[in-house]
Design a protein around this ligand. Structure first.
Ligand SMILES: [Zn+2]
Ligand SMILES: [Zn+2]
Length: 764
């Protein structure tokens, strides 16, 4: 029952109550809002971040309103504990979070968490004691030379903490304390600022004017300039080495000069030292770097600056999209086709698509850069000639898309000469993986003192181990997957759940010893083959489990210095590096990745191989690319053969056109929409029950196809069995709404988990 005093407060019209969106994942696509006694939040703006009690914990939530009619008696309500020491989230930022939640069907609370994941940023910076000169020196002050130095230093320096002052002047702390005790210096408190990174945006820094764009780049810059200041999407479609980065750097310069914030999204793997060096060379300072392993103190200062609205440039992995920028002027998505932009845990979102959505809400331009655009962007930007205009909707619609091709390489660099090696005709020896042609080309490079990259996108030694006696294959005991041999680590390992065991000589099935054989190549096995054939050569392996991130830079430096002859690499070697002595790229198994019935298998294979090919011939010397394949007539292989120099994208566009037509005929993205539902449980009986139940209540609509339930291709992961449904709709259908309505009627037994993935990229 209401107490008289509570009622009196409500009657006076003061903001006694407020509503707070809390970070609990309950309803798909919706906010979970609770009433609170406003307390310190009585007069705060909507979007303010507050600390509040919830179910015995303290959580950070966002104020959504000050409605004075609560469903619950005020006496039963809890009170907001405190306000965060930062400005409120802007209206655009809140709308962005809501739009992501609705689009992905993730609860608003989960999406909000992506942004409020740096709670240290909500607290004011700690105070520190600083020393400065007194207004007047006390009479009769004893002046030693050391004391004199302190006083004259502080005449032209800002107030400093004891440690810094003592270091700068070169006197002991007791000298400074003595001066303060004698009244010559005053102590006061000021916020301790997080240490700035090296050279980050020094105030008033002159932007580098000595860089000039080529005429092709300038033309694009002028085109984008005329559209700046409002939402538009620009696909910068430049072949490798054509200077896409400079085109977007030029836009960054202009935005920062206008006092705006700029976000550059990059795949984490492409956020290399060489990329950062390139940035610094242009700007004279380093960008703020944001990814999972940035220190807490750095995160705090970047987060606070983002919400403060001060100009800044952040370069980061996909999670940087959820920084609370208050005055963004431009969003850039480099390598826009990259698969790592799709997040699949918790909130499943496509960062490129959500970046476009965010740019639209803030009404700012977004630049997408790639040498191998995704079919989505390629289509939306109007690159397909005969594809009819796409009706309907994407995350942000597709009006306002522009296509900017860059077709020639910088300076003396030429496009590499690409050729195919038909493995049906040029068989490597048994147990070997390199054809005679490729071996010969490597030999030539060694003799010429040039480098070769042999690309094989397979970690470890061998992807499969088979018993010669009984045919048993080593599999993971908790996943439906094969164990991969990692000879260097002495283990066999599951690449899905990560568990492994020491390499064994005994078959776990028939218990015969010595009959287990490694089947197929991995980079470690290729290394053995090359060491055997070229014992004199300096050979290195670049793969995420042989090279730690910290050691990778040293390896890149060695390659750039010409200290490596042959580099064996996985996709880690494919991106963002400039190796001037590298003149040969050999693709060991181009067919890897084409199988599996994945919607984007061909597109992805093309993108990856083209990117690898682009490593060759970036310096003075011409490059060569040799691709080993069993399917030389596959459209992907044909597309990799470079077109004439005046239109190097001719073959690619032909391939993309064919892909687009096939997808359109099948009603697949970007011409239709997909959603995947994955049910999983350790109890297969319960799981099948749940799948039958979902199937019984499946919606019946025209223009909506529901495939499944079917055992997922990866039918078990970490001991969880998996069943999938796939929903396909025509483009104009609001697929999220259909899925949401369907699922809201479902009653799943406990222990059965349901994951809903709108616009899925993984079909396992
Ligand atoms: Zn056996
Ligand atoms: Zn496993």
């Amino acid at each position: 029952m209401d107490t008289p005093s509570d009622q009196a407060d409500v009657m006076t019209g003061g903001s006694v109550l407020c509503q707070v969106a809390v970070p609990v994942p309950i309803r798909r696509g919706q906010m979970q809002i609770y009433d609170y006694i406003a307390g310190p939040a009585a007069h705060c703006a909507v979007g303010s971040i507050v600390k509040a009690p919830l179910a015995g914990r303290e959580i950070w939530g966002v104020v959504t309103g000050h409605d004075q009619k609560a469903d619950i008696a005020p006496a039963k309500l809890k009170t907001v504990i405190s306000l965060a020491d930062v400005p409120a989230l802007s209206d655009e930022t809140l709308r962005f979070l809501q739009a992501v939640s609705r689009w992905t069907l993730a609860p608003f609370g989960s999406v909000m968490r992506l942004m409020l994941n740096t709670p240290s940023a909500f607290l004011p910076p700690p105070e520190q004691t600083v020393y400065h000169l007194s207004a007047q020196l006390p009479d009769g002050l004893r002046l030693t030379p050391q004391r004199q130095r302190v006083l004259s230093f502080l005449q032209s320096a800002p107030p400093l903490p004891l440690v810094d002052l003592s270091r700068e002047v070169g006197v002991s702390a007791s000298v400074i304390k003595g001066l303060a005790d004698d009244g010559a210096l005053n102590r006061s408190s000021q916020p301790r600022l997080a240490p700035a990174g090296t050279n980050e945006m020094p105030p008033g820094s002159a932007l580098c004017a000595e860089f000039t764009l080529t005429s092709a780049q300038q033309q694009i810059a002028d085109g984008i300039d005329t559209l700046a200041g409002a939402f538009s999407v620009h696909l910068i479609d430049g072949i490798t080495g054509s200077g896409k980065t400079e085109v977007y750097f030029d836009q960054v310069v202009k935005q920062v000069a206008a006092g705006k914030q700029v976000l550059i999204l990059l795949p984490e793997i492409a956020l290399t030292t060489s990329w950062k060096a390139r940035f610094e060379k242009w700007f004279g300072y380093a960008p703020y770097i944001w990814h999972s392993s940035v220190s807490a103190a750095r995160r705090k200062s970047i987060w606070r600056q983002a919400i403060s609205g001060q100009p800044m440039v952040v370069a980061g992995a996909r999670s940087a999209l959820f920084l609370p920028f208050s005055s963004p002027g431009l969003i850039i998505v480099d390598e826009e086709h990259d698969g790592s932009y799709k997040q699949e845990d918790h909130v499943s979102y496509q960062a490129r698509d959500m970046a476009i959505l965010r740019a639209k809400i803030h009404d700012v331009p977004v630049l997408l850069a790639s040498a191998t655009p995704s079919l989505e962007s390629w289509t939306h930007a109007g690159c397909g000639e005969t594809i009819s205009a796409v009706e309907g909707r994407t995350a942000a619609g597709q009006t306002g898309w522009y296509h900017w091709p860059l077709k020639s390489r910088y300076g003396s660099a030429h496009l590499p000469d690409v050729s195919l090696i038909d493995l049906r005709l040029s068989k490597p020896e048994a147990g070997k993986w390199l054809s005679a042609e490729l071996m010969e080309a490597v030999t030539e490079r060694l003799e010429a003192g040039e480098q070769s990259l042999l690309f094989l996108n397979r970690r470890g030694y061998a992807p499969m181990t088979v018993c010669g006696d009984c045919g048993h294959r080593l599999t993971c005991h908790q996943c439906d997957s094969l164990l991969v041999t990692h000879k260097l680590a002495g283990r066999v390992q599951c690449h899905f759940c990560g568990i492994g065991q020491p390499i064994t000589q005994t078959c776990p099935s028939c218990e015969t010893t010595g009959g287990l054989r490694a089947v197929g190549p991995g980079v470690e096995r290729l290394y053995e083959e090359l060491c055997e054939r070229f014992p004199e050569a300096r050979i290195a392996v670049l793969s995420s489990d042989t090279v730690q991130t910290s050691a990778a830079d040293a390896l890149f430096a060695a390659i750039q210095a010409g200290e490596i002859d042959i580099l064996i690499g996985t996709q880690m070697a494919a991106k963002g590096h400039h190796f001037p002595f590298l003149t040969l790229v050999g693709v060991v198994d181009a067919d890897l990745g084409l199988g599996g019935g994945d919607l984007r298998a061909a597109e992805r294979t093309y993108q990856l191989l083209w990117q690898v090919a682009g490593r060759s011939g970036r310096g003075e010397r011409p490059g060569k690319v040799m691709i080993q394949t069993f399917q030389p007539h596959h459209p992907v292989m044909q597309a990799l053969v470079v077109g004439p120099q005046d239109n190097p994208n001719e073959a690619r566009d032909k391939f993309m056109q064919a892909e687009a037509e096939a997808r359109q005929a099948a009603g697949m993205p970007p011409f239709g929409r997909l959603a995947a539902l994955i049910l999983s449980a350790s109890d297969i009986v319960k799981l099948e029950q749940a799948a039958r139940h979902l199937n019984d209540i499946r919606p019946q609509f025209a223009k909506v196809d529901i495939f499944g339930p079917a055992q997922a291709p990866l039918s078990r992961v970490r001991g969880q069995f998996r069943i999938r449904f796939l929903v396909r709709t025509e483009r104009q259908v609001a697929i999220g709404k259909i899925v949401d309505e369907w699922l809201s009627q479902a009653e799943l037994p406990s222990g059965v988990r349901l994951v809903c993935d709108i616009d899925p990229y993984s079909f396992l």
